[in-house]
Ligand binder design. Structure first.
Ligand code: ARG
Length: 460
């Protein structure tokens, strides 16, 4: 079926129909489309286009269609141009000529905007729940090894010792921002466009605020032309999704490395790893690699929609139909990756000995020694130089921090006082970093407590 045709002498070519049809993907909007149309029927009653009886008949028919639309049979053999057309055809088959009134004062342009917004709102809510579950799993993991020490890296080189929970809380912060960002995208999505018509505004005096309330929207859009040409809200969602995927991909990359033989810090659960068809010994981190890979797909979706929207003349252009595959794909990849990441975090165990050994075999405590000298009045640049010489001397003789004593340090440079030798032990330097946001044991314990409270609050 078509929702147009009167002004044409010939129908569309088979090639054009095949090329332009969107039912095979926008069918995912069926439920949102029906919910929106039910609210629209109520609005049509308010402006006198439908009687109470007609509205009741249409709403009831839509209730039945909502049920049917959950089954594949609903879409079988359909050759409609898009999901909106299909649903009106189905309405017609139930209510007859009455269905011809449903599109009064409405265009597919404001209808598509409404449907995507309804669909995305649910999708964002679901993603935020999954994100909170992942954050909870990170906190549980942090509680499991509260005192474990790992080397923190810059440039992939051992930099300074940090507590393992401090590292996990860094990801908690990234995901907390993502949760907030998805909430901000939701606020942009949660605005009601109906009443805009094709582009000029509907010629029927709808109470748009009432339609917004009916569908749970926080506000109404302010300009009908803007509505027709606007997919900013979808781009905001893709941005928030991309940021979340970016953080997931970095966690994935870390853990792929940390669980490999060269590091050996993490044991990934059997349930999230795969074997090799040829090499019997392999336990591959495929779950994490797929998260990393799917991040690329979501960035692609984001950039695709930017390219689709770029330079479009006002207002609606059919190019915009290409938005949906990207929105659906990003939402699917985001949800799948969040769920997968949660299971990986829940089933991964830290093996504390290798990362501690990595700290002790390196000169990651060098900054702690330089800081100790500086606290004792040595200008930092001098302190840096003294410790730099100590490291040079040590690495050229294969000496680790533990090979030094208070006496040998003082003999190396009189600036070292006996009590500074304690900083040869990584846990001592960590203890000096109780500054807010630092890796000191009390600061981290407080940050963990605070994170639990923040998580409970955002789970509401
Ligand atoms: N399937 C179309 C879309 O998603 C519906 C809007 C059609 N509007 C139009 N003026 N041709 O964009």
């Amino acid at each position: 079926m078509k929702l147009w045709g009167g002004r044409f002498e010939a129908g569309p070519s088979e090639v054009f129909e095949r090329f332009s049809g969107s039912l095979h993907f926008d069918r995912r909007l069926a439920d949102a489309d029906i919910r929106g149309s039910q609210a629209y029927a109520r609005a049509l009653e308010q402006v006198g286009i439908l009687s109470a009886k007609e509205r009741a008949e249409i709403v009831a028919a839509f209730d039945a269609l909502r049920e049917e639309a959950r089954t594949a049979a609903f879409f079988e053999g359909a050759d409609d141009e898009d999901v909106h057309t299909l649903i009106i055809r189905k309405l017609k088959s139930r209510t007859g000529a009455l269905a011809d009134k449903i599109h009064t004062g409405r265009s597919r342009n404001d209808q598509v905007s409404l449907d995507i917004r309804l669909w995305l709102r649910d999708e964002i809510d679901a993603a935020r729940v999954l994100l909170a579950d992942l954050m909870a799993a990170l906190l549980a993991m942090a509680h499991r090894d509260p005192h474990a020490i790992i080397p923190g890296y810059t440039h992939t080189r051992r930099a300074q010792p940090v507590l393992w929970p401090h590292y996990l809380l860094a990801y908690f912060e990234m995901f907390a921002r993502d949760h907030e960002r998805l909430g901000e995208a939701r606020a942009r999505v949660n605005v009601m466009p109906i009443g805009s018509g094709a582009l000029a505004g509907s010629a029927f005096p709808f109470d748009r605020e009432a339609i917004a309330r009916d569908l749970g929207f926080a506000a109404i859009t302010r300009n009908s032309m803007d509505v027709s040409g606007d997919r900013d809200f979808a781009l905001d969602f893709l941005h928030a999704s991309s940021m979340t995927m970016l953080h997931l991909s970095r966690l994935a990359e870390d853990w792929i490395i940390y669980s490999g033989e060269e590091y050996g810090w993490l044991e990934l659960g059997d349930g999230v790893t795969s074997g090799s068809s040829m090499m019997p010994q392999k336990k591959n981190p495929d779950s994490l690699e797929l998260i990393r890979g799917k991040c690329g797909s979501v960035f692609g979706d984001y950039s695709a929609l930017f390219m689709i929207m770029k330079g479009l003349p006002m207002t609606y252009n059919r190019d915009m139909q290409e938005d949906k595959p990207r929105i659906f794909d990003a939402a699917d990849q985001l949800r799948g990756s969040l769920e997968m990441a949660r299971v990986v975090v829940e089933t991964t165990r830290l093996k504390p000995a290798p990362p501690l050994a990595a700290v002790e075999e390196s000169w990651a405590i060098a900054t702690d020694l330089a800081d100790a000298l500086a606290r004792n009045g040595i200008p930092f640049h001098q302190a840096h130089k003294i410790v730099g010489r100590l490291v040079l001397e040590s690495v050229s003789h294969g000496k680790k921090p533990a090979d030094w004593t208070a006496e040998s340090l003082a003999a190396f440079d009189p600036a070292f006082t006996p009590e500074m030798a304690r900083y040869l032990k990584p846990s001592e330097g960590i203890r000096t970093r109780e500054i807010a946001g630092g890796t000191g044991p009390q600061a981290v314990a407080a940050a963990l407590d605070e994170a639990e409270i923040r998580l409970a609050a955002l789970r509401g």
